[in-house]
Design a protein around this ligand. Structure first.
Ligand SMILES: [Fe+2]
Length: 350
């Protein structure tokens, strides 16, 4: 049934998520991994929206591919008013991506490959206004918080200060306030104060790039930098990928993220995994400048996801076992607009 919904998906992705308006120069950016059915549906939706729309398909590039785009691709990116990216490469860490943001080009991004059901359900079958309200409430709470602690039954025990750093909800919708948006939305993130980040995380969800974890990975951090990764094949593979970049900044903590999208499932694809309801993600490597941190530029970025840790804001429980503390009055998110759909309550499991 998924294929029958791509037209519906494309229309919402183009008009609502990317905010394409009549007359916009609109670029659909795909790669040779992208389903052309999806890419062409987005092109058609752009044309139907009255935009000057075009589709560019580039050779596939992994997230950690540090090569720059060729001049033709760079020109297409910098010539657009708005871009809908459907490819995996982290092009925002490339020169063309940085220049696009400097120019104020609106960028909407997702990765359908490997999570086709989620990209559809995550924008079409969810109570988006309620999820956005929850994220906004979390932003207020987050920015009042100084000390954060994350623990888990597997042994995660890490603490850090959030200080005055801004917290960013990710509604997934491009706006003047958020000209760069990944969709489906459903997370809140910030850059912890680097020198205060100390402890151990046990990664049991996924590491992207890489995929789902088969054996939990233990990662030690001191002053915001990875000092050791152990043990097992997933740990060895991750350490090797980071070392292969030849960039010491690849080991820097870049962001701390809490997921709030009840449609997201652990899949091995970071754009879904870091939005799993009540999950926590630690991002490493390149740090988006909006976080106002000191981790800085790196050649790559990767995300390590913890399935269901406990998070404490100034010693008050925020979430545990993928449920949010009801005393915080963060709201309710339905997985669909139908009243019969399952409703997530925020009762903490005892
Ligand atoms: Fe990240």
């Amino acid at each position: 049934m998924t294929e029958l919904r791509w037209g519906e998906f494309a229309d919402v992705a183009v008009r609502k998520m990317a905010g394409v308006k009549p007359g916009d120069t609109f670029l659909v950016l795909a790669d040779t991994w992208t389903s052309m059915e999806i890419a062409q549906a987005c092109l058609i939706a752009g044309l139907n929206a009255g935009a000057n729309a075009q589709l560019l398909v580039i050779p596939k590039m992994t997230r950690t591919d540090t090569r720059e785009f060729n001049p033709s691709t760079t020109g297409a990116i910098l010539g657009a008013d708005v871009i809908l990216s459907l490819c995996e490469v982290s092009y925002l860490y490339k020169e063309a991506g940085r220049r696009a943001r400097d120019k104020g080009i609106r960028i909407s991004a997702t990765v359908p490959r490997g999570m086709e059901d989620y990209v559809i359900e995550g924008i079409l079958d969810i109570d988006t206004p309620a999820m956005i309200e929850m994220m906004e409430k979390m932003k207020v709470l987050w920015e009042k918080t100084d000390a954060c602690k994350v623990t888990s039954p597997l042994g995660t025990d890490i603490s850090f200060r959030l200080g005055d750093r801004p917290a960013f909800p990710e509604p997934g919708i491009v706006s003047d306030e958020y000209p760069l948006a990944y969709f489906p939305g459903g997370l809140v993130a910030s850059g912890p104060i680097e020198e205060t980040v100390n402890g151990t995380i046990i990664i049991d969800g996924s590491i992207s790039p890489g995929g789902l974890i088969t054996t939990p990975v233990t990662c030690h951090l001191e002053k915001g930098v990875i000092t050791e990764i152990e043990s097992g094949p997933d740990a060895n593979a991750w350490r090797s990928r980071l070392e292969a970049t030849g960039d010491p900044n690849a080991f820097n903590l870049a962001h701390f993220t809490v997921g709030v999208n009840p449609r997201a499932k652990m899949s091995g694809v970071h754009i879904q995994d870091e939005r799993v309801y009540g999950s926590v993600t630690f991002g490493f490597g390149h740090q988006d400048r909006d976080f106002q941190g000191t981790a800085g530029v790196a050649k790559t970025h990767c995300d390590a996801v913890l399935n269901s840790p406990s998070v404490y804001f100034d010693d008050v429980l925020l979430c545990e076992k993928n449920k949010f503390n009801p005393d915080l009055d963060l709201g309710v998110v339905r997985v669909g607009m139908n009243p019969d759909d399952v409703t997530f309550n925020f009762t903490v499991s005892k």
